[in-house]
Design a protein around this ligand. Structure first.
Ligand code: PXP
Length: 237
């Protein structure tokens, strides 16, 4: 059965809008955990636009469920992960001008660097997942470099607007799951998932973890973090 990791980046976005000390993502993480979340995900971006170094440090000390750190392949980020030792890193591409992570990581292009980073993470006992589009070349490159898991990018599914394109995107995710499983990878999914579009994705067997952020934090503004997390977990199960 799939489990939910709540991405709490946008709790920090609200804080950073005023460069204030509230709301604290650490408090949000505790609420998610009390609601039954399997894990907490944060993306430490190079520009620190939401999650900051302090958040990652304190979350590592306080999160009792899975702590999943999203980051790019840059050397400063790899060094931070080696020091903090989250349970898992999810490797993502990163561009400063983007609003959110736009495409998947190009594991074919960055194969050499990816293999080095995977080795370094494994030395510290950290699981490695790559955030990729459901393309066989990307999946094989993730497997070849020793990754433990892949996170299939559901953004194209989330943006699809006709029943035909929605079904096409679901079929691509199913093929990605099959390819990942055949290559010994654990398969996660995430990006753009909401209370309205999660159910067809949650119905795909063999997707183990969902990383969902914006929709849950948006709902939490109105109903609280705990209820928002419980509502999403109910849709996944
Ligand atoms: N997975 C990855 C790899 C991401 O980069 C993000 C966004 O930070 C998410 C999942 C969550 O996306 P959303 O906020 O649209 O739920």
């Amino acid at each position: 059965m799939a489990v939910l990791n709540v991405n709490i980046d946008h709790v920090a976005t609200i804080r950073q809008a005023r460069l204030a000390d509230e709301p604290d993502p650490v408090w949000a993480a505790a609420q998610c955990e009390l609601a039954g979340a399997n894990g907490i995900t944060v993306h430490l971006r190079e520009d620190r636009r939401h999650i900051c170094d302090r958040d990652v440090e304190v979350l590592k000390q306080t999160v009792a469920c899975k702590f999943n750190l999203e980051m790019c392949l840059s050397e400063p980020m790899v060094k931070i992960a080696e020091r903090i030792r989250p349970d898992q890193v999810t490797l993502v591409p990163e561009k400063r001008e983007e609003l959110t992570t736009e495409g998947g990581l190009d594991c074919v292009k960055h194969k050499k660097r990816l293999a080095q980073v995977v080795q370094r993470m494994h030395k510290k006992g950290i699981l490695v997942s790559t955030f990729i589009v459901p393309d066989p070349d990307q999946i094989v490159a993730s497997a070849d470099t020793g990754c433990d898991a892949i996170e299939l990018h559901t953004g194209m599914y989330a943006n699809a607007s006709t029943p035909r394109t929605i079904q096409r995107r679901i079929n691509e995710l199913i093929k990605g799951r099959d390819c990942g499983t055949e290559h010994g990878l654990i398969v996660h999914a995430g990006h753009g998932l909401t209370y309205r579009n999660i159910e067809p994705i949650a119905a795909i067997d063999g997707l183990c973890e969902f990383n969902i952020g914006h929709s849950i934090v948006s709902r939490a503004v109105l109903v609280g973090m705990r209820e928002a997390t419980e509502l999403m977990i109910a849709l996944i199960y």
